[in-house]
Design a protein around this ligand. Structure first.
Ligand code: ZN
Length: 283
């Protein structure tokens, strides 16, 4: 009798351990997590929604992302629900290639095929085709919904496939992720020209958190745009001592004048924001 109750305790203990491990793997319940990776001069952002959907936006330059991603998604859980390439420049696409090689990706979104003959972009398209990953151009009005949260596309207004491109930066997918009351606006490298177009259309851009367009360039992040978005925090994905001098001093001063908190990857390393849908905080 004594012996069998001992076994029951052991079995219960093991079951409890497994249950706790499962809870840990499933994510953080009611919390959405947004990771702005420290991958040098470039963008790479991971959103993990409260229902554990993984949205990866851009991959940064080189091949740094794969290791950083591994510290957030365990080795036996290599799955990305949605990958978004905002535009075809190296500092946004390069790191995605190894992710496509090593992770199961369900869906890839991009602004459409453009005539841009850069090695990483061509390779990105090649891997997607080889692996048969569904690839879709995404445009304003597309909304991807998850439990209590959603991702809404604000730009481009039409797919860029077949269009003549003046500036690759201006093909950038602009998207707004909202979890209940807290919204984050993601802008790729869109310039002020795109900012003006979006403002002109009167879309709801108000967001608590803004990922600064183009690494804090002075040709993006206009005063009108910042007033429209009205963020309390701006994230700048700039690399340490980058050759473009991003973020530009004019933008740093503008944010200061407007009382907007600025968080920079080149100063802070990886930046993790969490939200319960009502408040958000930096981890
Ligand atoms: Zn860039």
């Amino acid at each position: 009798m004594l012996k069998s109750s001992k076994y029951i305790f052991i079995i219960l203990g093991v079951a409890l351990g497994l249950f706790l491990t499962f809870v840990q793997i499933k994510g953080e319940g009611d919390i959405a997590k947004i990771v702005f990776f420290d991958i040098g001069q470039g963008d790479a952002i991971l959103i993990v929604t409260p229902d554990n959907t993984r949205i990866l936006i851009d991959g940064g330059p080189g091949n740094y992302l794969i290791n950083e991603l591994g510290s957030h998604l365990s080795f036996y859980d290599r799955h990305i629900d949605i990958m978004i390439l905002t535009h075809a420049h190296d500092d946004h696409v390069s790191g995605l290639n190894e992710v496509l090689n090593r992770y199961k990706v369900d869906l890839v979104l991009f602004p459409g095929f453009i005539d841009y003959n850069a090695e990483s972009y061509i390779e990105w398209l090649r891997i997607i085709e080889e692996k048969g990953v569904p690839l879709q151009s995404t445009t304003v009005g597309d909304v991807y919904t998850f439990t209590n949260s959603s991702l809404e596309i604000l730009y481009p207004f039409e797919a860029y496939t077949g269009q003549k491109i003046k500036d690759v930066n201006d093909t950038s997918v602009v998207a707004k992720y909202c979890y209940i009351d807290i919204c984050t606006l993601l802008t790729g490298d869109a310039t002020t020209e795109v900012e003006e177009e979006i403002l002109h259309l009167g879309l709801d851009i108000q967001s608590d958190i803004l990922k600064s367009a183009h690494h804090g360039s002075q040709y993006s992040n206009s005063e009108n745009w910042l007033f429209g978005v009205n963020p309390s925090t701006v994230i700048i994905q700039s690399g340490l001592d980058n050759r473009f001098n991003h973020p530009h001093l004019r933008i740093i001063k503008r944010l200061g004048r407007m009382g907007i908190r600025m968080l920079r990857n080149d100063e802070l390393g990886e930046i993790i924001l969490k939200t319960n849908g009502y408040n958000y905080w930096v981890e």
